[in-house]
Design a protein around this ligand. Structure first.
Ligand SMILES: *Cc1c(COP(=O)(O)O)cnc(C)c1O
Length: 231
């Protein structure tokens, strides 16, 4: 009964209704945590959605978007960027070294730096193109074999190596907790790794757990389906 009611509500709900609700929930979670909502950045995750779905969200004032595939972003965003100055695009999916050139050329933030090979090609592309996307290290907090990200116990060494060996500025950390785990310990772990490495940006929290992440120090929440609907 409750489920049927919930579903029957969905079709009339637009992405703008959902965006308004997400914004309100972010603000409430921030205040509950004694934080200023203005210190939180909403990264609207638009993967799989096209310009017709994305444009209203831009027109509602959102400027920061996340995509998980370089190729998809390259196909979809150039016209949107041209008609809406000031957009900021985040790469939130795994980066292959043969895509590093395009990623550096196109994205403003790369959230998925996670191994020496990628650090090395990014450093070289940044030097060549003199574009400087902000870089976050992805940490595989659940040590899941199929998931990208540096292992938690290797994070300090990797961050130091990015900085010292490759001259990269690492400004943030990102994680995706395991689907079937409590998210809180993963958010707390990411926060701890950031603190001891002098990193102030924490990209954590998605549609299902962003309020929890805000309570544990997230500065960037990456939200897709709660805004755009199911994929
Ligand atoms: C898809 C995706 C999100 C958004 O997920 P939702 O559950 O739809 O909010 C966030 N982060 C990453 C890395 C993703 O790939």
């Amino acid at each position: 009964m409750a489920k049927a009611l919930q579903q029957s509500k969905k079709p009339s709900e637009t992405s703008l209704d959902r965006l308004a609700s997400v914004r309100a929930r972010i603000a409430r979670a921030a205040r509950d945590a004694g934080r200023d909502p203005r210190d939180l950045t909403l990264v609207c995750v638009s993967k799989t959605f096209g310009p017709d779905d994305i444009t209203p969200v831009i027109e509602a004032g959102e400027r920061v978007f996340g995509e998980n595939r370089v190729q998809e972003a390259l196909e979809k965003w150039p016209p949107l960027k041209a008609s809406h100055p000031g957009l900021e695009l985040h790469l939130i999916g795994p980066l292959q070294s043969n895509k590093a050139h395009d990623a550096v050329a196109f994205f403003d933030v790369i959230e998925t730096v996670d191994r020496d090979k990628i650090a090395k090609v990014l450093a070289s592309e940044i030097q060549k193109t003199s574009r400087h996307p902000r870089l976050y290290v992805q940490v595989n907090t659940g040590a899941e074999p199929q998931k990208a990200g540096v292992l938690p116990q290797e994070a300090d060494r990797f961050i130091e190596s990015c900085r010292k060996d490759y001259g990269l500025e690492i400004s943030g950390l990102m994680c995706i907790p395991p689907l079937d785990d409590q998210a809180s310990p993963h958010f707390a772990l990411l926060n701890m790794i950031a603190a001891r490495n002098g990193i102030s940006v924490l990209s954590m929290g998605m549609s299902s757990d962003f309020e929890l992440a805000i309570g544990l120090g997230a500065t960037h929440v990456r939200i897709g389906s709660a805004i755009f609907g199911g994929r």
